[in-house]
Ligand binder design. Structure first.
Ligand code: SF4
Ligand code: SF4
Ligand code: ZN
Length: 243
């Protein structure tokens, strides 16, 4: 997504405590900067840093304002669905400012089209942690960021072009690519992409993230237990849950 200042935007930012704040602006980049220097809004000044997780272009101020008023009335779970519907986020979302990521940082924009939660991935955790030593890995900003692409995004044009936000919305679901990656993850990591996507369809992304928070919470420090190596990147606790 390109950020320009020629039109009005309705936008949503995710705050440090995982709450969502929405507003309108004719200059997204500037507005997010203001939220982060504490001059954007009273709420965000005490909940920064924030990261832009959703935006919509509108032709003029009144259309954007109308949309803002509509969405502001929604419950958080419905706003999370809106965040999830965006195919590509403008930049990596919600990297905590120098602190370690915890399960409470799980968010809709990190749910990849294939059903993988990128916040559980060793490549994403390596980026957040800027890990050296035993954690040294290729870093990845998550599937919905414009950085590195992994299996599904690389091989499926629909996903790459942002036409399918979640594979479960595709008529071909589950196609052979998804079945293949699902089998691999079930076998090696006790995680099912297909079941995750079906659960999102049935109960919404917030409900699925709540279950994952409990399952992947480090028992010692509340950090994230990586799905690939069973390690907490915060305290080095090792938890074995693989089936
Ligand atoms: S490597 Fe794939 S699963 Fe891991 S963070 Fe990147 S896009 Fe997500
Ligand atoms: S289910 Fe559809 S969108 Fe997902 S990888 Fe297969 S063809 Fe692409
Ligand atoms: Zn830990």
């Amino acid at each position: 997504m390109t950020i320009t200042n020629v039109e009005w935007f309705f936008y949503i930012v995710r705050c440090k405590d995982n709450s969502l704040y929405s507003g309108i602006t004719n200059n997204l980049e500037e507005r997010v900067k203001k939220h982060n220097d504490g001059t954007g809004a009273k709420y965000t000044s005490s909940h920064k840093p924030v990261a832009l997780v959703y935006s919509e272009r509108h032709g003029n101020f009144s259309e954007a304002k109308k949309r803002e008023q509509e969405v502001k009335r929604w419950p958080k779970s419905k706003k999370e669905e809106l965040v999830l519907s965006q195919s590509e986020i403008p930049r990596i979302s919600h990297i905590p400012d120098g602190r370690d990521i915890g399960v409470d940082d799980f968010s809709a924009e990190l749910m990849a089209p294939c059903g993988m939660n990128c916040a559980l991935c060793s490549h994403y955790l390596a980026l957040i942690k800027q890990a050296g030593g035993t954690h040294r890995m290729v870093e990845c900003p998550g599937c919905r960021s414009s950085g590195r692409q992994c299996a599904i995004k690389r091989s499926c044009e629909r996903v790459r072009r942002g036409k399918t936000r979640l594979c479960s919305q595709c008529a071909k679901f589950p196609c052979s690519r998804v079945v293949h990656i699902d089998e691999r993850y079930r076998k090696h990591y006790n995680y099912s992409m297909i079941d995750t996507l079906k659960a999102i369809q049935q109960s919404g992304v917030e409900a699925v993230l709540a279950v994952q928070r409990e399952r992947h919470r480090c028992p010692r420090c509340g950090g994230v237990i990586c799905i690939h190596n069973g390690k907490c990147y915060t305290c080095d606790e090792v938890k074995s849950w693989r089936g």
